[in-house]
Structure formats: C-alpha cells, structure tokens
Design a protein around this ligand. Structure first.
Ligand SMILES: Nc1nc2c(ncn2[C@@H]2O[C@H](COP(=O)(O)OP(=O)(O)OP(=O)(O)O)[C@@H](O)[C@H]2O)c(=O)[nH]1
Ligand SMILES: [Mg+2]
Ligand SMILES: [Zn+2]
Length: 360
C-alpha cells in the first residue's frame, strides 16, 4: 500500500507519478490554498509551498494552477520546511464555479474529489433554488452528489418532511440526509457515508454549518465556526479559505467558504419573487435607494413595526438586498481584475513570441 493512501492516493495514479519520482520529486497533496500560496502534505511533512516559476510561466489560466485536492510533484528546501510545486498530476474530478459573465475565468473550488456534500440548513434560510444551483455545480464536477440538510433541530417536524421531499425532488440519484450537528446519532449517519481515503467537498451558503459538521465528524474543534452576523458589514463568512482535513477514521473532507456569488442572476430575481409584497410597500419609502435600515420615513420599517411584515422576513429581505449590493460591487471589481489578467496574458504572449524570435 502506498504511504500516501491515507491522503487519498489511488494506485491508478502510480503511472502518472513515475516520471516525477524518477526526477527526484516527492508527491504531495494540496491541503490549503491561500493568498500567499499553498500548503501541501506528504506522508512525512506538511509545509507551505509555492508554484515554480516554470509552472507559472506555462500556466494559461486559473485551471493550470494547483487547487486544494490536487496531487503535485514537489521539492523541499530548508530542511523540509518549504516546498516548490513543479507540476500537477492529472485530475480525476474538478469542482469549479462558473463565474457570472461569459469570459470570466472559472473559479476552481477543489479537485480529485469523490463526492460533494451540498449543505443547506433547515432553518428559515432554507432555499430550494439554491440547493438546485449547488447541485448543478456539484454534478458538473463528475463526483457523486449528496444533499445534507443541517440544523434539523431548528425545524418543525412538518417543515422537515416538506423540505426533505423538496430536496429529494431535486434529482432522483442524489440522496438527502437531514441531521443536527449536535446529535451524535445523526452525525454518525453522515459519517457512515465517508469511507477511508475518499475525498468529500462541502459546499453551501455561508452559515449553513459546513465547518461545524467537519468538527462534529472529527470530534475536534479543528475549524472556526460562527454565528451568521446579519448586520455586520465586515462580511459574514467565517471560513475564509479552502482546507483539506484528514479524519482519524480515514475520510478526507474539504471545507470551503460559503459561496454567495454562485448563480448571481437567479438570486437577484429571487429577491423579487420572494419579497414582492415588501417591495410593494418599499415604493412608499421616502428615498428611492432606501436600504430600509436607518433611513427616515421608511415604509418597510414602519410596516414591520406595525406587524404587517414579520420581523424574520424583514431581516431576510434586508440581508438579501445587502448581499446583492455587495455582489454588484464585487462584480465591478472582478471586471477590473479580468482586465488586469488579460493584460498579463498579453504580456506573456508577447514574451513567448519574442523568445521564439530569438531562437530563429
Ligand atoms: N442549531 C444548529 N446550529 C448549527 C448546526 N450546524 C451549525 N450550526 C450553527 O450555525 C452557525 C454557522 O456554522 P458554521 O459551521 O460556521 O457555518 P459554515 O457553513 O462553515 O459558514 P462559512 O464558513 O461562513 O461558510 C454556527 O453558529 C453553528 O453553531 C445545527 O445542526 N444545528
Ligand atoms: Mg465555515
Ligand atoms: Zn425603506
């Protein structure tokens, strides 16, 4: 058995690794991706890593860079405290998010995963459309898909049955499991799906309980979890980077930050659908761009105070509006990043062309 088996190695990868090993490279798995670089892990060490200049030079787009879950060929320096990633091994599956807009690069979420857990909570934020969008993304990866309905403890029995059936209706071959992260028996039902050396990636909106579940499955407080901060302008994501975790029981889990941008177009429309009554009232607000939080003469807040709008719905409404606004600015920023990337690419092509010329 390969030393890398606990990391998810399968013998099918042996051939691909041969030439790298012959060159003296170690084979490692990418366990974290952050702004500064990566963390990689072998059977002997887990260290920070960066990609080689060569890999960077050859990369045409994001997909050519390593992502969490990738198998990579590395060398270490400084007594195995740092590593350089020289090459990536072929991927079996790729979980990626299609960025809104046509030409934007896809965002890599994780690779070489066996299954995706699409997590949705059973509280008042339950959203079937969102489950559908996440399932679509998950399915595109080529991995198996399982829907996990979290926070069962916060759901009335009637709603539980309804939501369970709705989720089961998303796709005939996607199983649905409802659980509370604080119920050991229910967590065990999720754990039963996770076989040694199999890699599972958790995706879902912020606050649905992805990190909490991983902690429950591992029996340790490995990851930071947090209350959803509804009115905190600093942003609500608790998890900020993707991370691969190896359970003592053998399974491998990848935690991801909640994704709000997924399916931007549909969600914008969803605000209109779900809150048409509140939008009707909002027409009476004094300011056209009222955020319904602090403005004077806000008809929506007034209606909430009068009991015509239930306060929970009011909060969801305000939150959705804020998220939408956040995403809009994000999109503008992404547009800028895109132009920068295109510039970089052009420079690279120029460099290549000049190199060619030099060779002649
Ligand atoms: N009642 C209840 N609360 C839960 C359950 N699972 C998670 N929570 C709570 O939900 C909140 C958010 O949980 P996290 O695990 O941080 O959510 P996340 O999906 O990792 O969120 P991001 O990292 O922002 O994407 C925390 O306060 C958890 O304690 C559950 O099954 N029942
Ligand atoms: Mg988290
Ligand atoms: Zn208002």
């Amino acid at each position: 058995m390969s030393q890398l088996a606990p990391l998810g190695w399968t013998p099918a990868l042996d051939t691909a690794a041969e030439s790298h090993r012959a060159q003296g490279f170690d084979i490692a798995r990418v366990t974290q991706e952050h702004r500064g670089g990566y963390t990689i892990r072998t059977d002997r060490y887990e260290v920070s890593a960066e990609v080689s200049g060569r890999l960077m030079f050859d990369a045409e787009s994001r997909i050519d860079y390593p992502a969490v879950g990738d198998w990579v060929a590395v060398t270490t320096y400084d007594n195995d405290t740092h590593a350089i990633i020289h090459a990536m091994l072929p991927r079996t599956t790729v979980l990626q998010r299609k960025a809104p807009g046509k030409k934007l690069e896809n965002q890599l979420i994780a690779t070489n995963i066996d299954a995706v857990f699409v997590v949705q909570s059973l509280d008042e934020t339950f959203n079937l459309r969102r489950i559908e969008r996440f399932v679509t993304v998950a399915r595109d990866s080529g991995a198996r898909v399982i829907i996990l309905l979290s926070k069962k403890d916060l759901c009335a029995p009637d709603d539980l049955e309804t939501h369970r059936q709705e989720a089961a209706g998303v796709s005939a071959d996607v199983p649905v499991i409802a659980y509370s992260a604080f119920d050991a028996t229910e967590v065990a039902a999720v754990a039963a799906l996770i076989k040694p050396a199999m890699t599972f990636c958790l995706i879902g909106a912020s606050g649905v309980g992805k990190s909490t579940l991983i902690n429950a499955l591992s029996g340790k407080e490995l990851l930071v979890t947090g209350e959803v901060r509804e009115f905190d302008a600093k942003g609500r994501h608790t998890t900020s980077s993707r991370e691969l975790i190896i359970l003592e029981t053998g399974g491998i889990l990848i935690d991801t930050p909640g994704m709000r941008e997924l399916g931007l177009m549909e969600e914008s429309a969803a605000v209109e659908d779900t809150f048409d009554d509140i939008l009707e009232i909002a027409r009476e607000c004094k300011f056209g761009d009222c955020t319904h939080t602090h403005e004077p003469d806000c008809a929506v807040k007034q209606a909430m105070e009068d009991g015509r709008i239930e306060s929970g719905r009011y909060e969801s409404f305000v939150r959705l509006l804020r998220e939408r606004k956040y995403r809009m600015t994000r999109q503008t920023n992404t547009g800028m990043m895109k132009r920068q990337l295109e510039n970089k690419k052009r420079q690279k092509e120029l460099k290549k062309a000049m190199k060619k010329k030099g060779k002649k």
